[in-house]
Design a protein around this ligand. Structure first.
Ligand SMILES: C[S@@+](CC[C@H](N)C(=O)[O-])C[C@H]1O[C@@H](n2cnc3c(N)ncnc32)[C@H](O)[C@@H]1O
Length: 235
């Protein structure tokens, strides 16, 4: 597994997971790092934080409500800062990454995991369009959620961090279930939930039509999670 290859020699000390959600990437960190002392997860969504806190209830974990652009920590507080699949949610990704760099110790590890939209298969493209529909709905509700980055955007963002010994890896989650009817039905059910929640909104009809087009596309081409870029370096 790619995370294991990258992290299994690292004694990470104090780790910060930004946009931790319900702890999906926190779990990957706990399984892949050689060791760590504490993991602090921050997110703006209280429900997700509560879920993460239930999954990781030991004393060496804490989950706090915080905005990525205003992290409530002193400079150079962490030995590793990580952000996974959350950068495209940030209103200002440059400012969020700069803030993460501020709280990272000199010599500490900076880790970015983010999906991208280059050289997609038809099934990946279905997922990108599904993701863009979600981001459009979020934006209609006043929640920041950007479209999928291109690979070059991510590399440019990481250029600004001036990381030493930067490693850039790429991987694709398993796409073997792309055409599987259960897999397609799960994505359709999620979209139906979004449409339901948007009922009464002036844009709901247009979004619903878009969702119907996407359902057709999923049945024709399948749907599969897109490739991801993993960027790691030290401050
Ligand atoms: C797709 S989830 C990623 C969850 C997890 N890191 C993973 O790899 O699966 C994106 C998360 O970013 C959070 N988020 C969005 N904007 C944020 C911000 N400005 N500051 C902190 N977290 C934010 C969302 O609440 C959401 O939980």
């Amino acid at each position: 597994m790619i995370f294991n290859n990258l992290l299994s020699n690292i004694d990470a000390g104090e780790v910060l997971d930004v946009g931790c959600g319900s702890g999906q990437f926190t779990e990957i960190l706990t399984e892949s790092l050689k060791s760590f002392r504490t993991i602090t997860g921050v997110d703006v969504d209280e429900e997700s934080l509560a879920e993460a806190g239930t999954k990781f209830s030991d004393d060496n974990f804490r989950f706090l409500k915080a905005e990525s652009q205003e992290l409530p920590f002193e400079e150079e507080s962490f030995d590793m800062v990580a952000i996974s699949k959350a950068l495209h949610h940030m209103e200002d990704p440059v400012a969020s990454l700069a803030e993460m760099r501020r709280v990272l110790k000199t010599g500490g590890y900076f880790l970015i995991n983010e999906m991208h939209r280059d050289q997609l298969t038809d099934a990946h493209e279905s997922h990108m369009l599904y993701h863009h529909l979600r981001s459009e709905i979020d934006n209609l509700s006043g929640i920041s959620h950007n479209k999928t980055f291109y690979r070059k955007d991510l590399i440019m963002l990481s250029d600004k961090l001036g990381l030493a010994e930067r490693t850039i890896l790429e991987f694709s989650p398993d796409s073997s279930r792309a055409m599987d009817t259960d897999n397609i039905a799960e994505f359709i059910a999620k979209m139906d939930g979004w449409i339901q929640a948007l009922k009464g909104h002036p844009e709901s009809r247009r979004i619903e039509e878009r969702a119907e087009e996407l359902k057709e596309r999923f049945r024709k081409f399948g749907i599969s999670r897109p490739p991801q870029l993993l960027i790691m370096g030290s401050k």
